[in-house]
Structures are given as C-alpha cells and as structure tokens.
Design a protein around this ligand. Structure first.
Ligand code: PHE
Length: 391
C-alpha cells in the first residue's frame, strides 16, 4: 500500500507538472495559479545584465529604477507602489523569450519594459502579444519589432530613420563617395540597419565597394578587413554592437586601415572606448542623446544620475528612464492595469516630455524623435550633429 501511495503521488506530480506547462511556446515554465490581488503594480523588465552587450541591460535598469524611485516617492500609481521584476536574458534571443514567459506566467506582471537589442525584442514580442501584456521597448530600433501586434510599442526612433541619417552624414558631411560595410549577419538590428544604409547611400550616389559580414562574439575580423582594405573605401559602415565593433576597429588599425568607421546606436557604450582605445578615435556613431545637451531635462537627469552612480548616464539609462515614465503615465491615464487598457493608453501617448526628446507614439506604435551623431575624439564622445525627423 505504501509503495502504491508513493507511486501514485509521484504519478500525480508528473501529471500536474505536465498541466502546468505552457502550451504556446517551446520553453518550460511552470504556470502558477492566477495572482492574488497585489498591493503593488508589478512591471516586468528583461535585458542583458551579463554577456557581451551587458551595458545595454545595466544602463537601462539604472534609468528605470530612477523613474521607479521618483514615482514611488510621490505615492506610486493608482494608489499603489510600483515594483520592477527583472530578468537577465544575457542578450540571447532564446533566453529573452523565456524571461518574458516567466514574467507573465509566473510573476503576473501587468506590462513589460525591454529589450534593448532588437533580436531579443523580436523573440519576446510574440509572447507578450499572445498574452495581451503590453511591451514597451526603450531602445530596439529594428522596424519589425512593433509589427508583432497591437500590444508591442517602442519609445525610440526606428532604423529606417537612423540608417538614412548615417548614410547622409557619411555622404554629405564627411564627403564619402565609396563605402565598405560589415554586417553582423545573426543580428536583426545589424542586418536591418545595414540594408537601409546601403539603399540610402546608393540613392545619394554613393557606391558600396565591399560588403562583408561577421557574427556576434567573433574575435577575428582580419580576413574581411583585408578585403575591405583592398577596396579602398572612403568610409567603413559597421552597424553592430560595441564589443565586436571595438575589436574590429583595433584590427582595422593594425592592418593600416585609417579611414573613419561609422556605426549606429549599438556603439553607444563606455566599453567602446575602453576596449577600442585609440583605434576608435575619429569614428562616428548615431544615437539617442548626448550628455552635454543643454536642455534642462537633460541637465537635471545627468546631475541626478551622476550623484547616484558617479558617472554620466549612457543612452540606455536615458531611454530606460523615459520608457518607464511613459508606461507609468499610461497606467495612470488608463486608471486600471488590464492589458487592453494600458495598451490603449500607451497608443494615445502624445507630446510626452522625456529626457531624450518629446515623445509621441504614432499609429505604428513607434516614436518619432531626434537623433544625435557622436564623434569619438581622444577617447571622448563629442557631439557632432543633431538631426530632427520630418513628421
Ligand atoms: N537599437 C539597438 C537595437 O535595436 C539597441 C541599442 C539602443 C543599442 C540604444 C544602443 C543604444 O538592437
């Protein structure tokens, strides 16, 4: 009898575990019973807190937490304190998918902030959409991200705009007529941005003379760089993420390639100069904000951040702060935390004064915002150009 009971108990556990498994994805997450009414507003955040894009997740989280502390000091939203539940996805798309699943099924969050890297946002967005949990990406610029459905938003500009600005800056400001391009072929962000850069550069009369690729976390770029050196381009476009780009710049200089390298917001990390050293001097990248911007919103955020963290915020901190505040404002306007109500309020976001810019969410759930071009000079990010989008 004892043995039978033990066996029966085990069988029951297995059966129950089977029931608990989610059906809509391939990852295993044990589903807990519906959440009891919480005295806090639970918001999920997923990002790369570790790995080769760790500054993206860490910076974003710092910005989000400043917004959370500010709102909670004022009494929270709808009479409740806000609590952030953070999942580290290591910058990996599969883990991003799993992280979001945990936040929704296990933690019962009412909305989700993240990701920075577009591949991660693209992997997680379908889960949010299926579960009708609004997702707001502070920083993913790939055009496809918000096409996953009406619950998926971003509060940053998109790559068709960023790519056009990069090409124009290369052609008109730097007078480049020929360019080489190096794409991270496994990154949705890099592939999408490279496509726009090529098209826009060609439209202006520029010519791509070498078109090479690599994969994130590669350590050896010399074969591609040798091809590029032979093609003698005026400029080299590298729309990738900072760790790869910095290593690539070092190897380019070792090969005697002196032309400027230009990238997008994926270069925006203190690690770019830390890893790249002198090799990245004279390089350019486009991004979302510059710390010397004299606007009062920027000044007060930079001061506050410096007091807390003893360093200036990067773009991710600013974007995380803005995204969190946009979401809080939407929840307040919604007056409740149902997914559909938050979704409708997010969609109605208009002229929200953020630190990065004034933010309006358009009908495609994207934001129309200004972009900054940075020049790396003597190891410092210096302001080169501000470009406003034409509505
Ligand atoms: N825009 C990048 C992407 O979509 C992420 C990023 C944003 C990186 C801002 C740095 C700064 O993948």
């Amino acid at each position: 009898m004892k043995t039978f009971l033990r066996w029966f108990g085990l069988a029951l556990c297995v059966a129950m575990a089977g029931c608990g498994k989610k059906t809509e994805s391939t990852t295993d997450v044990t589903v807990r019973p519906a959440a009891k009414v919480s005295d806090e507003i639970l918001i999920g955040e997923y990002g790369s807190m570790t790995g080769s894009t760790a500054t993206f997740g860490i910076g974003t989280h710092k910005g989000i937490m400043i917004a959370v502390d500010e709102i909670n000091d004022k009494g929270g939203i709808l009479g409740k304190k806000v609590k952030i539940l953070l999942e580290d996805d290591q910058g990996d798309a599969k883990q991003a998918n799993n992280a979001v699943l945990k936040l929704i099924k296990r933690d019962h969050v009412v909305a989700i902030l993240g990701e920075v890297a577009s591949s991660c946002s693209r992997a997680a967005a379908p889960i949010c959409q299926e579960n009708k949990i609004p997702m707001l990406s502070p920083a993913s610029t790939n055009i496809e991200v918000t096409r996953n459905g009406d619950y998926i938003f971003r509060s940053c500009f998109v790559d068709p705009f960023q790519g056009a600005v990069i090409s124009k800056f290369a052609f008109a400001t730097l007078k480049a007529r020929t360019g080489a391009i190096l794409t991270d072929k496994n990154s949705a962000y890099s592939v999408g941005l490279a496509q726009v850069i090529k098209e826009e550069f060609a439209k202006m009369g520029g010519k791509i003379v070498a078109d090479e690729s690599y994969q994130a976390n590669d350590k050896e770029f010399k074969p591609q760089l040798t091809t590029i050196r032979e093609a003698k381009p005026d400029i080299i476009f590298v729309p990738g993420y900072y760790t790869d780009c910095a290593l690539l710049a070092i190897q380019a200089r070792e090969l005697g390639i002196t032309q400027p390298i230009i990238g997008g917001d994926g270069w925006d990390s203190e690690k770019t100069t830390e890893i790249g050293g002198a090799a990245v001097n004279g390089c350019y990248f486009s991004t979302h904000y510059h710390q010397d911007d004299p606007r009062p919103e920027v000044r007060s955020f930079v001061e506050k951040f410096k007091k807390l963290h003893q360093s200036a915020p990067d773009s991710m901190a600013v974007l995380g702060y803005d995204a969190a505040n946009i979401l809080f404002d939407a929840i307040r306007r919604a007056g409740k935390t149902e997914g559909s109500a938050i979704r409708d309020a997010l969609a109605a976001t208009k002229d929200f004064q953020g630190v990065s810019d004034k933010i309006t969410i358009d009908k495609d759930r994207n934001a129309l915002k200004g972009l900054v071009v940075i020049k790396i000079d003597e190891g410092k990010f210096t302001f080169a150009e501000l470009v406003k989008p034409t509505p």
